[in-house]
Design a protein around this ligand. Structure first.
Ligand code: ACO
Length: 324
């Protein structure tokens, strides 16, 4: 038994923030952002919680599938921007779409969150514990970004997307998944407060400790190396190599990282799916957003080998090989 992706879906909030808009907010330029990251614009959720974005993506997945909300067995939401600490964002999504027969929970593995959730859903399906699973990556990064910090505010965006997984007896679907994490790098990217380590206070707000802090340059170097190695691990497990890959769908953190990986592994021209130009880095939503775009535009077709890979705070990295 394998788990196959049978539908994808996505949702992006209406408001668009361009690099030129950012030029008016911090000391930056369209040229710097394009050259250093590949980003041209990003979507911003105004007055919308993460669960609303996720629920809209879930409705799109359902519209592209042959099941209805009441058929969903397992509903996972990968996010680092939950609606609130308690309950899980997935609970609100369940209520919003009426998936009352599912059990639901959130997964936090930063930008690798979708991949971690995909691996959990895959394991549940392969074990026979559920007959289907919806996996959504959803973020409102704009709510945890320091809009006065040019080194982070130009990078991130908001959005949600996901997939439906169902069992298959064929040699298709998720062929391999590899996950890694390393807590020794926990200070590379973090939101220090509020939490049990540093509870909420006026001081944490005044010190701007409620926002993302990132050592971008160090993260960049680790990203390149680790994405290449974990992709090779996943391909080895599936008894394939990079020459078998039709499409690479990577976490969209920086165009230079995606291009760097494609070059190092000789992927071949045009095989790396790129959506960062119009989404920015949407953390756990970025891989399913890119995947949904590639499916809906007819790039990914039945039988294609799709390599998914991710990199996130602090530190998580993963890869999966999927036969579409
Ligand atoms: N506009 C203009 N100049 C800027 C900006 C900006 N927005 N931001 C930084 N700079 C300046 C810096 O101050 C620095 O100036 P200096 O040389 O005078 O000191 C210079 O540009 C270079 O800064 P770097 O930080 O070295 O820039 P770099 O080329 O590394 O790009 C970036 C920064 C885009 C953040 C890159 O490091 C990156 O993409 N890192 C990886 C991020 C990532 O993968 N994170 C993990 C996933 S996210 C998650 O898990 C939720």
């Amino acid at each position: 038994m394998k788990a196959k992706i049978t539908a994808t879906g996505a949702y992006l909030p209406e408001k668009i923030l361009t690099n030129f808009d950012l030029e008016k907010m911090v000391d930056t330029s369209d040229e710097w952002i394009r050259q250093r990251t590949g980003i041209e614009l990003r979507h911003i959720a105004e007055n919308q919680p993460t669960s609303e974005l996720a629920a809209n993506a879930a409705e799109d997945i359902l519209a592209n599938s042959s099941i209805s909300a009441s058929d969903i067995d397992l509903l996972l939401v990968a996010t680092v921007t939950p609606d609130q600490p308690l309950p899980a964002t997935a609970i609100f999504v369940q209520e919003e779409i009426g998936a009352y027969n599912a059990f639901t929970f959130d997964v936090n593995a930063a930008c690798s969150g979708f991949m971690y959730a995909l691996s959990i859903a895959n394991a549940y399906i392969v074990s026979g514990m559920v007959k289907n699973a919806m996996v959504i990556g959803a973020e409102t990064m704009s709510k945890i970004i320091d809009w006065s910090d040019r080194s982070t505010c130009v990078i991130f965006g908001d959005g949600a997307a996901g997939v439906l997984l169902e069992p298959t007896e064929e040699d298709e679907g998720v062929l391999s998944v590899v996950l890694h994490s390393d807590g020794r790098y926990s200070d590379l990217m973090r939101v220090p407060a509020p939490g049990s380590r540093i509870p909420c206070s006026k001081k944490v707000i005044d010190d701007r400790d409620i926002y993302v802090k990132m050592k971008g340059n160090e993260t960049f170097k680790l990203a390149l190396r680790n994405i290449v190695s974990v992709s090779k691990e996943a391909l080895d497990l599936a008894k394939m190599d990079f020459s078998d890959v039709n499409w690479m769908v990577s976490h969209q953190a920086n165009r230079r990282i995606i291009d760097g990986v494609a070059k190092r592994v000789n992927l071949g021209e045009g095989k790396a799916i790129v959506t960062i130009d119009r989404h920015g880095n949407t953390a756990a939503a970025s891989i399913p957003l890119a995947l949904d775009w590639a499916v809906k535009t007819g790039k990914i077709k039945k039988g294609d080998i799709v390599l998914l890979n991710s990199f996130g705070a602090s530190l998580t990295w993963s890869a999966a090989v999927v036969r579409w």
